[in-house]
Design a protein around this ligand. Structure first.
Ligand SMILES: O=P(O)(O)OC[C@@]1(O)O[C@H](CO)[C@@H](O)[C@@H]1O
Length: 392
């Protein structure tokens, strides 16, 4: 246990052979190479990206916060880490800081730059919109049209779960083409508890904290439409304010998804887009964002305004691996630790929907854990195993 707070130590990036270290040493070089291929960046930006990569592999953290609208928040974040080797940083903190510095390198917040506001990951996200996998997802969606609404909601909950497999940061150098494109093994499935919470009386909103753009946000939007159809009064969809972790969804990405749904020759997809636009127009679906989501903080450090909203919600649905890491603090938990215990501090009922893509796991039955570790040793990081976990 970590002395200071009675929690396990935070996962680091220093251990040779660890997944977290491979993200920096194997995945990030590919990520930077992809950016340099996708954009005709000028020499200054190219150099900044390469310098950031080199610094993150064996440099130290500078004291100056990156300039931009969130400089004050980053100044506070940097205080304990300035001057330290990147190698000594907690994984979650280091990754969030890497993505923030990447935005700085591509002049995303620079008011005097023509590159201001250009999402460096837009080409990668956009390629998902009319790809064969998306078309297949939407055919599967269309096939649900005649299903009973409660049954459809259940199917769409699982579609939203597996949509998380389509994370582009993860695909940078993990999945081979054709691998991991279908539902795999749901290690924990608390979907009945999700349904009970959704069907509880009352008009409090359901909050969906989004993860990735493309196929995942498409599945999330289909789920949200189904929530609104089955009695949920209002839904808030919480998005990233700025590009983050390659494919994390912003408001811009939601709009691009609605346009993509309209342009695909699939009638149920088109009518889904129409209903979603109406729901946004009437306020039943509210698109939201908050600076918290692009900081390295965990959900234990929720700002007061978000904590109040979460406490008042009927249910908060946290999508994806990064939200799971933030919920659990990205710590070296014994995987058998009950989810209820780990998430006990959360201000209201919470459901985590996540495909496992990092070393972290909690709430796993010990017998099942032994079986998984024996039969599929890479189950925690391969994206082939998933969980729906609930704390009421
Ligand atoms: O939140 P997501 O999209 O499900 O996953 C985020 C992710 O790609 O980022 C980390 C490595 O970059 C991994 O923990 C995880 O696989």
């Amino acid at each position: 246990m970590d002395d200071a707070n009675g929690l396990p130590p935070r996962i680091g990036i220093d251990r040779p052979g660890s997944f977290s270290r491979s993200v920096f040493h194997e995945r990030h070089p590919v990520l930077i190479a992809n950016l340099l291929e996708d954009f005709p960046y000028p020499p200054r930006i190219r150099a900044e990206l390469e310098e950031l990569l080199a610094e993150s592999l064996d440099g130290t953290v500078p004291a100056e916060p990156p300039p931009g609208p969130d400089t004050a928040a980053w100044a506070a974040q940097l205080a304990p880490y300035a001057g330290k080797p990147w190698n000594d940083l907690p994984f979650l903190w280091a990754e969030a800081y890497f993505y923030r510095r990447l935005l700085d390198a591509v002049q995303y917040f620079d008011l005097s730059s023509p590159w201001r506001g250009v999402d460096p990951f837009a080409p990668q996200k956009g390629r998902q919109h009319d790809g064969p996998e998306m078309l297949r997802d939407l055919d599967a969606y269309a096939a649900l049209a005649e299903t009973d609404p409660a049954e459809r909601r259940r199917s769409l909950l699982h579609a939203a779960l597996w949509g998380n497999q389509a994370d582009l940061g993860f695909r940078t150098n993990n999945l081979q083409a054709g691998q991991g494109e279908s539902a795999g093994d749901v290690v924990v499935d608390d979907s009945d508890a999700v349904a009970e919470l959704l069907d509880a009386p009352g008009h409090a909103p359901v909050i969906v904290v989004a993860d990735n753009a493309g196929r995942e946000i498409t599945a999330d939007l289909a789920l949200i439409d189904s929530l609104l159809e089955t009695g949920t009064t209002a839904v808030e969809l919480h998005l990233k304010a700025d590009p983050f972790f390659v494919s994390d969804a912003t408001g811009q990405d939601v709009l691009a998804t609605l346009d993509a749904l309209d342009s695909i020759p699939n009638e149920p997809a088109g009518t889904l887009a129409t209903r979603l636009r109406e729901a946004i127009g009437t306020g039943r679906l509210e698109l939201r964002t908050h600076g918290f989501y692009t900081l390295p903080s965990t959900y234990r450090e929720l700002p007061a305004d978000l904590a109040t909203e979460f406490a008042a919600a009927k249910l908060v649905i946290l999508k994806g691996d990064l939200n799971y890491r933030r919920l659990t603090g990205d710590r070296e938990w014994d995987p058998a630790t009950p989810f209820d215990t780990v998430a006990s501090y959360f201000p209201g009922p919470v459901a985590a929907l996540r495909t496992a893509k990092s070393d972290l796991a909690v709430g796993i039955d010990p017998a099942r854990l032994a079986e998984l570790d024996q039969d599929t040793p890479d189950w925690r990081t391969s994206g082939t195993h998933a969980m729906i976990q609930v704390r009421r």
